[in-house]
Design a binder for this molecule. Structure first.
Ligand code: ZN
Length: 155
């Protein structure tokens, strides 16, 4: 298990150092800011669909400041959801939140899950789980073009 933890950590650190899709998105059809008061992470997620609420997501980007886990999770998120429909995105967010919060140890398949699997490594640090879910909650809010979301809301 220790080797796997190192692998997870490498993936997180690499995304934090070289985040994918960081920056504003212009034009965009949805934007939402996520705030995690426990850690101080503040991320903004932008996305573009053919029309607000319609069509597959053509692009997703993020901006903001946060800890390594929150930024890495945002980077992994932007790569994982590009091209998906709104329904597919909702399912993906559910999958990731379950990966992080389900009581039973999740089954990890590195081959099919890729970097998403690294987020499972955050399970070992319960205080940081909201850092990892932040970008995903903000993504859902951006789909609906809600302006702000706080991790305090998910109890
Ligand atoms: Zn954090």
């Amino acid at each position: 298990m220790d080797d796997l933890s190192d692998l997870y950590q490498d993936i997180i650190l690499s995304h934090n150092k070289h985040p994918h899709n960081e920056g504003d998105l212009d034009p965009h059809t949805g934007v939402a800011e996520g705030f995690n008061p426990l850690c101080g992470d503040r991320l903004k997620v932008y996305l573009r669909q053919a029309e607000q609420g319609k069509g597959n997501v053509e692009a997703v980007t993020f901006t903001g400041e946060g800890c390594a886990i929150s930024k890495a999770s945002a980077s992994i998120m932007t790569s994982a959801v590009k091209g998906l429909s709104a329904d597919e995105i909702e399912a993906k967010v559910e999958e990731v939140v379950a990966l992080l919060t389900a009581q039973d140890e999740p089954e990890i398949d590195l081959m099919t899950m890729g970097d998403l699997a690294a987020l499972a490594g955050v399970r070992k640090f319960p205080a940081r789980i909201k850092c990892a879910t932040l970008a995903w909650h903000a993504l859902l809010a951006a789909l609906k073009d809600e302006s702000a979301v706080s991790t305090e809301a998910d109890g």
